[in-house]
Design a protein around this ligand. Structure first.
Ligand code: GLU
Length: 288
């Protein structure tokens, strides 16, 4: 059965962008005779609030949506992500990174002649990690290792691409489906992310790793999510090949924007569904 999923992070209230994404996901699943799983992406302990989890359930129910129980909560499955990270380590595509974000940003700015804003960035806009051994000296790294300092695990992108090429005969990419069901192949370019973090320093996994593991474990065949995650799909395809997992089909939908043309975001205080509910708004879907 076609299996879709809706995977919010409970770090703020859902807004109209989430409502659009959820309604579209359930609608496309219904059209294909499929189902939608709800997954709570709560690996980020510092930002997760239980009240937001409850609000997600209430908001989706208000939209008239239903989902199978139990709901998978990522925080309860850290062992699954650890297993996947071990497999990647065995492939020799991960390495330890002790550098802090500030140290990376300073190293990147210095390497680009102090032109901070023009320095290379990843598709999320963060300074692009310049590569193994380019931020901390070997001595400093050894010192931190000996002191038992916390570290992230980064993907050695060049090596990961080499291993992936060995494992997959087709070019790296994914099938993209549109609202009318037409499918096209999209070539992935994960190299634009550089040596991306696969296991964070503060959390024993990352968004990329957990999403890939969960989509496979939950038998997700269709992923519907916003265009802001289109570039992330390149990393996901690569991890899927490395881990021997299937690549689902993806639909990256348009983003709902505010009056200034900015995409709605929790961090910028977009009006929440809970607030709309309170003022008596009707949860009706109006296709664009
Ligand atoms: N948890 C992510 C978010 O709320 C979505 C993950 C995904 O759809 O892959 O933005």
């Amino acid at each position: 059965m076609p299996t879709f999923r809706f995977a919010p992070s409970p770090n703020g209230p859902l807004h109209l962008g989430h409502a659009y994404s959820a309604l579209l996901t359930w609608r496309l699943a219904e059209r294909l005779g499929g189902r939608v799983l709800l997954r709570i992406e709560d690996i980020d302990k510092a930002r997760t609030r239980e009240a937001f989890v409850e609000q997600i359930y209430a908001d989706l129910a208000w939209l008239g949506l239903d989902w199978p129980r139990p709901v998978r909560r990522q925080s309860q499955h850290l062992a699954d992500y650890a297993r996947a990270a071990r497999r990647l380590e065995e492939l020799g595509v991960l390495y330890r990174c002790y550098a802090s974000r500030g140290e990376i940003a300073r190293a990147v700015a210095a390497a680009s002649g102090g032109k901070g804003p023009q320095a290379p960035r990843d598709p999320d806009g963060a300074p692009l990690y310049p590569g193994r051994g380019r931020v901390l000296s070997a001595e400093e790294e050894a010192r931190r290792r000996a002191a038992g300092a916390a570290f992230a695990l980064r993907l050695d992108m060049a090596e990961a691409l080499r291993v992936a090429r060995e494992r997959a005969s087709q070019p790296l990419g994914f099938e993209s489906f549109d609202e009318d069901g037409a499918v096209s192949f999209v070539r992935a370019r994960p190299e634009r992310w550089g040596d991306v973090v696969v296991v964070r320093k503060d959390v024993p996994t990352s968004y990329h790793l957990s999403v890939v593991v969960d989509d496979a474990l939950q038998g997700v065949s269709h992923v519907t999510r916003g265009r802001d995650l289109l570039a992330a799909t390149d990393v996901h395809c690569l991890l899927q090949v490395l881990l021997g997992l299937p690549t689902p089909r993806y639909h990256h939908h348009r983003l709902i924007r505010d009056d200034q043309g900015q995409k709605l975001s929790k961090s910028k205080g977009a009006q929440s569904l809970a607030a709309l509910r309170k003022v008596g708004a009707a949860p009706t879907y109006c296709p664009a």
